[in-house]
Design a protein around this ligand. Structure first.
Ligand code: FAD
Length: 420
């Protein structure tokens, strides 16, 4: 342990960044964790339950939050972005821009204050499917557990209400953006992923037909904190989705969209079939697939599902989805490649298993780094002192992400100790 070591900068506070932070800090290293959202947790806190154990994300998340909260060596900046990195291994300087939260966190703000407001905003945590007040708690488990104020959404009348309803010093409507500079010895990039834009899949009707949804939307429909309070219902009419088709590789393994396999979509869909089956024993699901990719111990999850007579699997890539205008039911055209038969099947709802796109495909890290052709950070050509972890590096599940992050933390520590 090098007592004089500079901190490690971690960009991205999802499960990858949080894991790297606690692993490094718990053996004595300082960490600066930078997250662009107002809360930590990334995509995992948005899933209803996570495979393979099917536990709610709160399980692992709470433990990680406790480890972060209790560790004075971890500094967390939310609503923050790294604007510039300069220097070299062991001796980097980073400029970080922190956007205003407008809630100081020094005095508790009660939910009853938010309830008095009329100004609302789209709830991005629920993918815009419902609204929150302009003053909101991002989600139940949010860390830091401090409200956020959407200043752009706040009316003048509501600004007055806040002034009168909150303890002095709780809200600062004049809070401004600020910049800080940190000296760090190593950098871990854990910026994660976003879903592939399903509107690009012209033949599958997303954005055109209300009952064609994506796998990330399905997670929020099934979640208790989601827009339907956990009921899996059709967006068009709120009726139960009795029959649901899961369309695998929606854009993935396709030269025109994402040529690679996103590694988690088969397991995510099987898990979501289970969400559906657990809601009502009469609900039926059909999974349209190219191959089912459940590797290693995950295969049991698939084999168990084959026993369920209300779940069927058809090998074939869905060619087209069309809609019955009156009922909003969906008609799928697909060739069953095992029988050679052309099928036309009708469903209440369709879930597109869209793949994983690295956030670094859109926003690059402000430092010279190598990316592969899809925007993932090239793991084999790491710049000395800069390491990638989790979905910034490749599509992967939580289990692989945490191993990856531990490895990145170790490499960062080795960098800090080099020459000592
Ligand atoms: C539909 C679906 C369901 C899934 N279900 C499961 C499951 O049940 N079990 C399982 O094991 N895996 C599941 N996964 C995979 C899981 O979501 C990933 O393994 C996990 O999200 C990877 O974590 P991460 O930290 O690398 O990325 P993310 O979760 O994407 O976290 C990245 C974080 O970085 C932040 N960030 C991004 N850019 C910046 C920036 N420039 N500056 C600062 N912060 C930034 C983001 O806001 C985010 O908080 C699922 C995936 C999909 C598509």
């Amino acid at each position: 342990m090098n007592a004089d070591a500079k901190p490690i900068l971690i960009i991205g506070g999802g499960i990858a960044g949080m894991t790297a932070a606690v692993e490094a800090a718990e053996i004595g290293y300082r960490v600066v964790l930078v997250e662009k959202e107002p809360f930590l947790g990334g995509r995992v806190v948005r899933v209803h339950q996570y495979f393979p154990k099917m536990c709610p994300p709160a399980c692992g998340f709470e433990i990680n939050v406790r480890r972060i909260r209790q560790n004075p060596r971890i500094t967390v900046h939310t609503l923050a972005a790294v604007e510039e990195i300069s220097g070299e291994a062991g001796n980097f300087k980073a400029r970080i821009r922190i956007r205003p939260r407008y809630v100081t966190g020094e005095y508790a703000v009660d939910d009853s204050v938010a309830a008095q407001l009329t100004s609302e905003r789209d709830n991005d945590f629920n993918l815009g499917m419902d609204k929150t007040k302009a003053l909101y708690m991002p989600h139940d488990m949010a860390y830091p557990h401090v409200h956020v104020l959407d200043r752009d959404a706040l009316s003048d009348a509501d600004a007055e209400t806040l002034k009168n309803a909150c303890p002095p010093g709780a809200i600062d409507l004049d809070m401004t953006e600020r910049e800080i500079s940190v000296d760090v010895g190593a950098v871990i990039v854990a910026t994660g992923w976003r879903p592939y834009d399903a509107t690009k899949l012209d033949n599958l009707g997303f954005g055109q037909y209300p009952n064609v949804i994506t796998n990330v939307v399905m997670e929020r429909l099934a979640a208790l904190g989601g827009p339907t309070g956990g009921k899996i219902v059709r967006p068009s009419d709120g009726k139960p989705a009795d029959t649901v088709a899961f369309v695998q590789c929606a854009g993935s393994r396709d030269e025109n969209h994402l040529p690679y396999c996103s590694a988690v979509c088969c397991m995510a869909s099987l898990k979501q079939v289970r969400f559906l089956r657990e809601q009502n024993e009469k609900y039926r699901a059909t999974v349209f697939y190219i191959d089912i990719r459940t590797i290693g111990y995950l295969e049991k999850f698939y084999y168990d599902m084959l026993e369920d007579e209300n779940v069927s699997f058809t090998k074939g890539k869905v060619a087209k989805i069309s809609e019955d205008e009156a009922s909003h039911d969906l008609l799928l055209d697909v060739e069953d490649t095992l029988s050679g038969e052309i099928l036309h099947e009708t469903f209440d709802m369709v879930v597109l298993a869209t793949g994983i796109v690295p956030n670094t495909a859109d926003v690059k890290i402000p430092f010279e780094l190598k990316y592969d052709q899809y925007g993932f950070i090239d793991g084999s050509t790491d710049v000395d002192g800069v390491y990638a972890a989790g979905c910034a590096k490749h599509p992967c599940d939580v289990s692989r992400t945490t191993k990856d992050s531990t490895a990145a933390a170790l490499r960062a520590i080795q960098c800090l100790n080099r020459g000592k």
